[in-house]
Design a protein around this ligand. Sequence first.
Ligand SMILES: NC(=O)c1ccc[n+]([C@@H]2O[C@H](COP(=O)([O-])OP(=O)(O)OC[C@H]3O[C@@H](n4cnc5c(N)ncnc54)[C@H](OP(=O)(O)O)[C@@H]3O)[C@@H](O)[C@H]2O)c1
Length: 296
Amino acid sequence: MKYTSYFKVTKLRITFANLISNIQKMNKTIFITGASTGIGKATAIYFAEKGWNVAATMRTTSKGTDLLKYPNVKLLSVDVMQTESIATAIEQSIEHFGGIDVMFNNAGYGLVGAFEAMSDAQIRRQFDTNVFGVMNVTRAILPYFREKKVGTIINTTSMGGIITFPLYSVYHSTKWALEGFMESLQFELRSHNIKIKNIEPGAIKTDFENAIDFVSTASYDNYAIKVHHNMLESYKQAPGPIVVAKKVWKAANDNSYRLRYPVGGLGPFLIVIRKLLPLSWFVSVVRLATEKGSKS
Ligand SMILES: NC(=O)c1ccc[n+]([C@@H]2O[C@H](COP(=O)([O-])OP(=O)(O)OC[C@H]3O[C@@H](n4cnc5c(N)ncnc54)[C@H](OP(=O)(O)O)[C@@H]3O)[C@@H](O)[C@H]2O)c1
């Protein structure tokens, strides 16, 4: 008798687990890079709460354990500089959720400061993460989306992929590279029904500020330290990452081929005035706002 009820409960549990797994396979799935903090994490939570499956990928999965309270979130280990980790996580996500609908290239950080003081290794690491990392992930998902004949690739670029500020020359060059790469890539992918969407945040209050790799030398210190301080001040008024998560949601669901989605703080306004003003005027505005109290 005891054994019979044990088997009944076990069978019920297995059936319930199958039911959950089948429901998950019917829902849409987003695969996110850099989901341990900031924009990636806020997006993981937002999509999970809306009922999507979320493959929340990060370099160190122990950083994401609080996401496990959502049964529709799976933590996977990805370093965007390691192609094998990307391939394995994509396979695991497809196996677990039954597919991937949206690839969200979000991982990135900022190398900031005087260009002359930056080492070759620092510049290469910035490009390896922000540009080649995105290319690695994009190349890994394309065969799957092409075969499925549908898919959406969303990228966190930046307002810094359209306009520039002092001390961000290398970071900007990675984000400008992404804007150009994605703007061109959309042409060849359109006939395969694959959409490209660039989310362009202004300043957003996340761990980004803490993750900034700041570099200077004595010859630039008078300028760089003050300007860096002024730039960081803008984060104090900045909105949190939820505004970006909502924009990612819109981009994932609006079913359009729209490429660019500016969002957050002064970002969308600055992008518009950069288009309207002559460049020399725009540069003067940026200098006024960022170089207060500095001696160049
Ligand atoms: N915050 C802003 O003001 C702002 C504005 C415009 C654009 N963005 C862009 O938004 C994206 C997200 O930044 P955030 O503001 O959310 O900053 P964040 O809180 O520092 O998050 C960055 C994420 O990227 C991950 N990451 C860094 N290098 C990686 C690598 N090699 N492989 C995998 N993951 C890696 C980090 O993982 P770890 O935890 O392992 O370090 C972290 O999860 C970045 O692309 C950034 O350039 C941010």
